[in-house]
Design a protein around this ligand. Structure first.
Ligand SMILES: [Zn+2]
Length: 333
């Protein structure tokens, strides 16, 4: 089964760059700036965290090795290389440029360094990659407006989406409209972390702001009306089972609401969130859905079709990805 899951051409839409840099690369970069292996080895989460905020502590460590142009470029290359090795053919990699400014880089230098690593990796491996810019909920509106202003000036075809990440209180989307409006005016697609740890209402609000995808969104499974709203608006959830378990969004992996969502016609695509912090892979996430929720290969093909459709890729890329998936599908029969 693992071989088949690896061979299946997959899309991954919810992947945080900082949380997904391979440990081997983190050690290598960390050593260059005097960080010990013992300190860095605390990054992967073991077991269940108290909540999302507790889970996010690992990022304070990782971010220390992602503060120079060279490190950003190398880390991006290594991350994409690893993901391509899992049979992912299209990736949307997201990151928060404002978290990489500690040593004096500008926002455009951060983005440019990541794009250099991206180009190096996509030239070498069979994978297409686009980028999503994440604003942080913990930053002030003014700071996030600075981010918007900097992004607007850039002309990079890889910048396709915009997101808000970080701890998500009830009402988290109450005050972000000026920013999400501005990004949509600039032709950025919108996906928002919402309903990750309990607030279905945040998902409704995210959709009203224009989000066509929702990061996690599993809280909707508790509310049939909200599921109906999600389904009627053809919004796709980017689900990440291990991460939801670790942040205590669900109590056990068996509680992951895959079947509830499917029964309510809520589309979703499967992702890792943070490979390294969550110590997982996309193959492992698929295996969890097989083990706990009896997923079939046909169902994974469907989640990938839905993922392609809801992706922020250009039409040409979507056609090419669909062809790859059809080819794989045909070979099964
Ligand atoms: Zn996330």
């Amino acid at each position: 089964m693992t071989k088949l899951l690896r061979e299946m051409p997959k899309v991954e839409l919810h992947c945080h760059f900082d949380g997904s840099v391979p440990m081997e690369t983190v050690y290598e970069l960390g050593e260059e700036i005097g960080l010990t292996k013992e300190y860095l080895s605390q990054i992967p989460v073991t077991g269940q965290c108290e909540d999302l905020e507790d889970y996010l502590k690992s990022f304070d460590i990782i971010l220390k090795v992602l503060q120079t142009k060279d490190h950003l470029k190398r880390a991006t290359y290594a991350t994409i290389k690893q993901i391509a090795g899992e049979g992912v053919k299209y990736l949307e990699l997201r990151f928060a440029p404002l978290l990489h400014l500690d040593q004096g880089l500008t926002i455009s230098e951060v983005i440019d360094s990541v794009i250099q690593g991206l180009h190096q990796a996509t030239a070498e491996f069979d994978i297409d990659v686009n980028l999503i810019m994440s604003a942080m909920r913990s930053h002030s509106a003014e700071t996030n407006m600075d981010l918007v202003a900097a992004i607007q000036k850039l002309e990079c075809p890889e910048l396709v989406g915009f997101d808000f990440a970080g701890a998500e209180p009830d009402g988290a989307n109450d005050h972000i409209k000026p920013i999400t409006d501005k990004m949509q005016e600039n032709n950025f697609h919108l996906t928002l972390h919402s309903g990750e740890c309990g607030c279905a209402h945040n998902v409704v609000q995210a959709i009203k702001l224009g989000a066509t995808r929702i990061g996690h969104g599993i809280a909707v499974a508790k509310d049939p009306k909200v599921m109906k709203f999600v389904s009627e608006n053809n919004v796709l959830l980017e689900v990440c089972p291990t991460s939801n378990y670790q942040t205590s969004g669900i109590k056990t992996l068996a509680d992951f609401p895959a079947r509830t969502l499917m029964d309510a016609n809520v589309k979703f695509s499967i992702s890792c969130d943070n490979r390294t912090v969550s110590n997982t892979s996309l193959i492992n996430e698929y295996q969890i859905l097989i083990d706990y929720h009896h997923f079939t290969i046909e169902e994974f093909i469907q989640t990938n079709r839905d993922g392609i459709e809801a992706s922020f890729a250009r039409a040409k890329t979507k056609v090419a990805l669909t062809e790859k998936l059809n080819e794989f599908h045909n070979k099964l029969h």
